[in-house]
Design a protein around this ligand. Structure first.
Ligand SMILES: *Cc1c(COP(=O)(O)O)cnc(C)c1O
Length: 383
């Protein structure tokens, strides 16, 4: 039996993962035709996406949206490589796996890289960023993950952005898992770049990202990039000149994203999308707590995107079997991404109806019974 409760006519499991995620029939159907990459109709789609993405962050007057082929990480690498000079010094506040990836990218690109290290259960503190920037004037940029998808922490972007601006430094934001669901307003929150992708809160399919870069910054970035393919400046200039992508675009992904963005605005935009995810997150945490599960993060730093739970403290528990049993009941979970502790994660994002989360909690309850797991609550552990 399938527990598929989305408006989808398919009987595939619902993905409770933070991208790829469950998409609508309309979005998937938008991929059922082929496009020429040089074709005017296709290039109008690209232009519309760029415009709509800027609209979502209120950035039409100040910023440019440059799309990039590949998964989200390709756009992060393109942004660091293009928007910072080779002798830049990048500060990465680090509270999880995606922050660590950001720091790694900066190092691989030869940028001097410093980190402020936290545990995966802590939020980045604006005061720490302030101190670090005051202590080391050689830092040129802060690279921040907005929602750290590793454990699910929401970092205080606006407050950090004000600190970075006060010091006159550049801010590059990996907003991959928050963009479109958690407010970022270019008119209020100063930033050099926000990076996001097609297959997350906009509910498109994976395959492209985009960088929303401050126009006055991007204009000065000719020749910075270490890479031919990941040069955002060249992509931007070529796209403005020809309306085309520089190299073959993922045409079906682009068409699907355009259709997904239409549905995003139809739903009510950011307030509606973010509100739906918050209701999902609340229902998930409450339902799982009733089964005896403990969420890993304090509620006040939990982003409504993905929730980490402690694994059951029972010898009958095994993630692989747990995963398979829940999948049989119609839902795809996600393994934990913490360094030290046995956890699993459940995403709150994607196109599924309000019955999706209660259905998933029921599937977990049923799975606990099937596996003979009695001890769900793990003992208190220090993070
Ligand atoms: C998904 C995600 C990325 C990009 O990961 P890819 O696997 O390259 O798509 C980067 N940062 C964060 C915070 C993410 O959630």
């Amino acid at each position: 039996m399938s527990a598929s409760t989305s408006s989808s006519s398919s009987s595939y499991p619902i993905l409770l993962t933070p991208g790829p995620l469950t998409t609508s029939d309309r979005t998937r159907q938008a991929m059922l035709r082929d496009w020429g990459s040089w074709d005017g109709d296709f290039n109008q789609i690209t232009a519309r996406i760029r415009q709509n993405v800027l609209r979502i962050v209120n950035g039409e007057a100040t910023h440019e949206c440059v799309p990039m082929q590949g998964s989200g990480t390709f756009s992060v690498e393109a942004a660091i490589g293009t928007l910072t000079l080779k002798n830049a010094h990048v500060l990465v506040p680090n509270n999880g796996a995606y922050c660590a990836r950001l720091a790694r990218i900066s190092k691989v690109l030869g940028r001097k890289t410093s980190t402020i290290d936290y545990t995966e259960a802590q939020q980045v503190s604006p005061a720490d960023v302030d101190k670090a920037l005051a202590a080391d004037p050689s830092i040129t940029h802060v690279a921040l993950v907005h929602c750290e998808t590793g454990a699910g922490v929401l970092n205080p972007l606006h407050e950090i952005a004000l600190v970075v601006a006060k010091h006159g430094k550049g801010l590059i934001i990996d907003a991959m898992s928050s963009f479109g669901a958690i407010d970022i307003d270019a008119g209020k929150t100063p930033f050099d770049a926000v990076i996001a992708a097609s297959g997350k809160c906009l509910e498109g399919v994976p395959g492209m990202g985009f960088v929303i870069a401050r126009r006055t910054v991007l204009e000065k970035c000719e020749g910075n990039s270490h890479s031919l393919a990941l040069d955002l400046y060249d992509q931007w200039v070529y796209m403005n000149k020809t309306t085309q992508w520089r190299f073959t675009p993922p045409t079906h992904v682009v068409a699907a994203l355009d259709e997904a963005i239409t549905q995003y605005f139809d739903e009510g935009g950011l307030a509606a999308r973010g509100g739906r995810y918050e209701r999902n997150c609340k229902a998930l945490i409450e339902g799982m707590r009733q089964l005896g599960f403990r969420s890993y993060l304090d509620d006040d730093i939990q982003a409504p995107i993905i929730v980490t739970f402690h694994a059951p403290d029972d010898p009958a528990y095994d993630f692989k079997r747990f995963y398979q049993e829940v999948k049989k009941r119609g839902y795809i979970l996600y393994p934990g991404k913490l360094t030290a502790m046995e956890t699993f994660r459940v995403g709150c994002i994607g196109h599924f109806g309000e019955a999706g989360i209660p259905g998933a909690v029921a599937a977990v309850a049923d799975t606990l019974k099937a596996m003979g797991i009695k001890q769900v609550t793990a003992p208190e552990t220090v993070a």
